[in-house]
Design a protein around this ligand. Sequence first.
Ligand SMILES: NC(=O)C1=CN([C@@H]2O[C@H](COP(=O)(O)OP(=O)(O)OC[C@H]3O[C@@H](n4cnc5c(N)ncnc54)[C@H](O)[C@@H]3O)[C@@H](O)[C@H]2O)C=CC1
Ligand SMILES: O=C(CO)COP(=O)(O)O
Length: 325
Amino acid sequence: MKIGVLGGGAWGTALAQVAARGAQPVTLWAREDDVVTSVNTAHENASFLPGVPLSPSIRATSDLADLSDRDALLVVVPAQFLRAVLAQLPAGNRPLVLCAKGIEAGTQKLVAEVARELHPAAPVAVLSGPTFAHEVAKGLPTAVTLACEDEALRDALAERLGSPTFRTYGSSDVAGAEIGGAVKNVLAIACGVVEGAGLGLNARAALIARGFAEMTRFGVARGGRPETLAGLSGLGDLVLTCSSTNSRNFSLGLGLGQGKAATELLADRRTVAEGAATAPVLREAARAAGVEMPVTEAVCALLEGTPVRAVVDALLARPPRGESA
Ligand SMILES: NC(=O)C1=CN([C@@H]2O[C@H](COP(=O)(O)OP(=O)(O)OC[C@H]3O[C@@H](n4cnc5c(N)ncnc54)[C@H](O)[C@@H]3O)[C@@H](O)[C@H]2O)C=CC1
Ligand SMILES: O=C(CO)COP(=O)(O)O
């Protein structure tokens, strides 16, 4: 299976490295000319994944037509830009493996839903889990959820992408796999706030557990399965991104917790913190579905400029409730 990768950020580059194992040729589409030049000449993505040597069998391009000979595409464009990029991709029935984590503003669609809308003939799969790009690109052990309704395609993708250091766990629950990844980015911002405001490790653990409860409520309401949300793409990724400043979402929250403004923290950055864009649309979608998401509401308030103390006080002043509620 000849693999193409759409999106030359840190994660697209790391996945190109995964697919290039054993010197297999991989085509990586990036929108930035400096990324294309850096990958093709220095075998490094100096802009988004600096310091990690890449396989020379990865060839970068800024021309989507160069993906025409690929059998399957890993789609790694951030959620808010996905529609515009997929609209430029010629229609076809090649599998699209969605690897971004977010919900589209305006439509409340998950990335696989956007892909299905724009490319109805293409089978879709979702690859998601606890995967810091630089660790994957260096070949450190990693496990992911690979969700696809078509079992034969799922097995073929697992065979092509999996390795002893990149273990894939199969699932047929595409929506569940997507929702975990999208929601954990918002919750990681909240955990960063806890760190930045010095609220302690007890508070962080409480937030992870209660955040997981709201992730599950929302996921089930959108058709996901609880066991998927408790797996690598849900709880697994939540634990990873809620524990490390390597997470861009956690780092954004850290700054908010220290009293900096979201506008200041998000200005001029070249890398994405998907949770900032997902939070308001997730709040909208949860309210529409009648699902309570107090941590998500709190993150939205912080992003909108409400002071940390006021948000934390409001969260803690909520009346006691049953743990299973
Ligand atoms: N970096 C990581 O460790 C992981 C990232 N992801 C997800 O992968 C997706 C991509 O993230 P990264 O590769 O980390 O991105 P990145 O932060 O390294 O790079 C930003 C990316 O956004 C693209 N971009 C910026 N403006 C754009 C526009 N107007 N149109 C199209 N593309 C535009 C850039 O070309 C670049 O590919 C996100 O959804 C992220 O949540 C998932 C797992 C791990
Ligand atoms: O999704 C990720 C790891 O699984 C990366 O998290 P950040 O986007 O917060 O850096």
